[in-house]
Design a protein around this ligand. Structure first.
Ligand SMILES: [Cu+2]
Length: 276
């Protein structure tokens, strides 16, 4: 391509770009129409974040799950305008500059390498978003109730393909995870065979269950209710069926449940109702 030809292309592009932002009445300019689409798409994304989050996420039964829930909403709301910009440009381009005839498409023009305004906005917005999300995420991660009582310890064992829970000092062993409100639950997690992922979903925590050593995670149940304990690591053929029932109950119900599972009442009360 001759340099003269390139100069002409460059002029045409400059004219076209000028037309995007300055040519003709406002409502006919591509930049304006794209911004309208950005606003519409963003509004849809924000509405979907607020409306669908509660429908597709596990119920909130702990402090940690409250943070997870808020984090998902915040991240989705902040991501909405960013993705809306991409989709708006794509949708507008596909419609406006689609090929209708059989003629050859024009060759690409020379690339535009510099635009200080776009670069600064892009960098500035990205930095602000990342810093806000980082601070938020770290604060959410460290959210923990500092209870007055001794935490309740539950030993968790994963194996292909079921969960077993032991309640130390009570002699109770169950395939159901029952925990009380108002106490910090300290899970001590391991595996009998391969790596599993311990995920009591409404408690808002998740950690690997590894053979040979323990991992630890704490949760602070705030509300009674049912939830599912899933495995979050692909661990073999029946991984998808590796789930257990979980339940948050009051401390009195917790003690009664332990007794129903064979614990002595003194052991159950000492374990369930706190103390040292
Ligand atoms: Cu598993």
């Amino acid at each position: 391509m001759s340099s003269n030809h390139e100069d002409i292309k460059r002029e045409q592009i400059a004219e076209a770009v000028e037309g995007w932002t300055h040519g003709g009445p406002l409502y006919r300019r591509p930049a304006f129409r794209i911004m309208i689409l950005v606003v519409l798409f963003s509004a849809f994304g924000i509405w979907a974040a607020a409306f669908f989050t509660d429908k597709i996420m596990p119920s909130i039964l702990s402090t940690q799950m409250g943070s997870v829930h808020d984090t998902v909403i915040l991240f989705t709301v902040l991501a909405a305008p960013v993705s809306a910009l991409v989709y708006a440009i794509a949708a507008y381009s596909v419609y406006k500059w689609r090929r209708t005839g059989g003629d050859e498409p024009p060759p690409d023009g020379p690339p535009i390498r510099e635009n200080t305004l776009v670069t600064s906005l892009w960098l500035g917005m990205s930095v602000i978003l990342v810093v806000v999300l980082l601070v938020w995420g770290m604060t959410a991660l460290s959210s923990e109730n500092q209870g007055q009582l001794k935490p309740v310890t539950v030993d968790v064992y994963g194996q292909q393909w079921l969960w077993t829970f032991k309640y130390p000092g009570t002699g109770v062993e169950s395939n159901q995870l029952v925990v009380p409100t108002g106490r910090q639950i300290r899970f001590v997690i391991t595996s009998y065979d391969v790596t599993h992922g311990f995920w009591p979903n409404s408690l808002g925590v998740q950690v690997d269950a590894n053979p040979g050593f323990n991992t630890y995670i704490t949760a602070d149940p705030t509300k009674t209710g049912q939830f599912a304990v899933r495995c979050s690591q692909l661990c073999g053929l029946y991984h998808a069926y590796m789930d257990a029932n979980g339940k948050v109950v009051t401390p009195a119900q917790f003690s009664a449940w332990l007794i129903s599972q064979g614990a002595s009442s003194s052991a159950a009360n000492a374990y369930a109702l706190g103390g040292k």
